[in-house]
Ligand binder design. Structure first.
Ligand SMILES: [Zn+2]
Length: 238
């Protein structure tokens, strides 16, 4: 089994990894620390930002949404439902519990709809996966990738790596992909936390050592002055 986390098949964007990071980012969009997904345009913008959609995909979906606004609104509602479902699953994983059977059943139903859009097409060498040509009728394309990401998370070792940022007042979820020490912070909190740690372990001890050295140097000088004074006095008395 290759160790790479990125998909080799060409029908999935590189951001859809086995570690489920995309579905976690999708759930995090409900946090006050992230730009929320409310409208269909928000969903497309999120897909473009995360490289789930290409620029051409984005333009095509925006055009289709303008032609079929009611359908686009329905997709935005489905996106909100999916976020709640994904959050419920992730919360269970975070608590090291088995997700609710009902959630998995719903997820399986949604996944079968995604799989119905996948096709094998001839490739340079054999066949490759592609998406069925729905003539632009794929307004929920972004949700397909979120669903695949969530199913990947559940079926790989990363389902045991879901956690929550340790940052004060932060509710963002994360997948711990670090090979060494456990990841504690999200990208937002990680930088200040690392800066605080650097200050506590490096800068602060350095400053304390400098202050001690200054105090010791002053004491040495004062003692030297007193010694000279004593010597001068003793010389005068002679
Ligand atoms: Zn955080």
């Amino acid at each position: 089994m290759p160790k790479t986390r990125k998909r080799k098949t060409s029908d999935l964007p590189a951001v859809v990894r086995h570690d489920g990071g995309l579905c976690v980012t999708f759930v995090n969009s409900a946090s006050r620390w992230r730009k929320s997904i409310v409208t269909y345009a928000d969903l497309v913008a999120w897909g473009l930002r995360l490289d789930v959609l290409t620029g051409a995909d984005g333009e095509r979906l925006e055009r289709a949404a303008a032609q079929r606004p009611a359908e686009a609104e329905a997709v935005a509602r489905r996106a909100a439902d999916l976020r709640k479902l994904a959050e419920s699953v992730l919360r269970a994983l975070e608590a090291r519990r088995t997700p609710a059977a009902g959630d998995i059943e719903t997820l399986n139903g949604l996944l079968s709809a995604v799989m119905a859009n996948r096709r094998m097409v001839p490739a340079a060498s054999g066949y490759r996966w592609d998406w069925g040509d729905r003539g632009g009728d794929d307004l929920d394309r972004v949700l397909w990738f979120v669903l695949l990401s969530l199913s990947d998370l559940l079926t790989t070792k990363y389902h045991r790596k879901v956690g929550r940022c340790a940052g004060e007042d932060c509710d963002l979820m994360l997948v711990d992909r670090s090979p060494g020490s456990p990841r504690k912070w999200c990208s937002r909190c990680g930088k200040p936390a690392r800066a605080r740690k650097y200050y506590q372990t490096t800068i602060k001890p350095m400053r304390q050592a400098m202050r001690q050295e200054i105090r010791a140097s002053r004491t040495r000088k004062a003692e030297e002055n007193r010694r000279r004074l004593r010597e001068k006095k003793a010389a005068g008395e002679d």
